[in-house]
Design a binder for this molecule. Structure first.
Ligand code: CA
Ligand code: CA
Ligand code: CA
Ligand code: CA
Length: 260
């Protein structure tokens, strides 16, 4: 949600530039965007995608409701609520773009964060499914170990949920690697309804030295399902990002958290 209403700014001690007050050291740059509409700019908000900012048991600056590891100190590496102009931090292939305060995909698109390769990271992404393509695999998810491939889809390990051409819903780990000489992955595919999904989230943990190297969970307000996968041998650490294939969907935010 864009902008900060005046009423919010009046109560915004942590980030109030309207009255010439310097932001605190933990809020060096304003994003000029308030994803959860709680009056705190994304870059000043200890829980940037939920209004519940209470509590920080491990004192790492990430409030408990948004902390993927509430008892382990983490490092916040990235949060974007996909406001206007936010795509400059990413490389995008396919037809994705910013619309209605989200990274909107009308058919197929992939996004990679233009950072250094990352290991030992959590990736949390807000997702909404608007409509599925007509047939084949229709899916949406996150990428780890992503690197540009020879075609539009990046190489990498994917945690996605989706639907097959024969109507089966799934959540699973998949890889795309070209040349395909390191493929060995375990996946589970519990049934999961994808159509009409609103405000779900994908939460993935990636650690190259661990087996499985990728675990992920899909969450809604009422349910959670999870899977994990191992890619052998482990690929080089790569960039992280988002993917959508033959689907009309929105990513409302992307949160990347490291474990030192
Ligand atoms: Ca906020
Ligand atoms: Ca918040
Ligand atoms: Ca915390
Ligand atoms: Ca933590």
């Amino acid at each position: 949600m864009r902008g900060l209403p005046i009423a919010s700014l009046l109560g915004l001690a942590a980030c109030d530039l309207a009255f010439g007050i310097e932001p605190p050291p933990d809020c060096p740059v304003l994003a000029d965007h308030d994803e959860d509409a709680d009056g705190l700019d994304d870059n000043c908000d200890p829980c940037p995608f939920k209004p519940d900012n209470r509590g920080d048991d491990d004192d790492d600056g990430i409030a408990d409701a948004c902390d993927p590891e509430p008892a382990i100190p983490n490092v916040r590496l990235l949060f974007t609520g996909f406001g206007v102009g936010s795509l400059t931090a990413f490389s995008v292939t396919g037809g994705g773009g910013i619309a209605n305060d989200a990274f909107h995909v009308s058919t197929t698109a992939h996004l990679l964060w233009t950072s250094e390769p990352l290991d030992r990271v959590w990736i949390v992404a807000g997702v909404t499914v608007n409509a599925l393509g007509d047939g084949g695999y229709r899916e949406i998810g996150v990428i780890v170990d992503g690197s540009p491939g020879p075609d539009a889809r990046p190489n990498g390990t994917f945690c996605t949920f989706g639907k097959t051409g024969d109507g089966r819903s799934y959540i699973g780990n998949f890889i795309a690697a070209r040349p395909a000489n390191d493929i060995s992955i375990a996946s589970s595919e519990p049934s999961f309804p994808i159509e009409g999904l609103v405000d779900g989230s994908l939460v993935a943990w990636h650690e190259l030295a661990a087996s499985p190297s990728l675990t992920c969970a899909f969450r809604t307000a009422t349910s959670e399902t999870s899977t994990s996968g191992t890619r052998t041998p482990a690929p080089p650490a790569g960039r992280i990002g988002l993917t959508a294939l033959s689907i009309d969907a929105d990513f409302s935010y992307l949160f990347v958290v490291g474990r030192p």
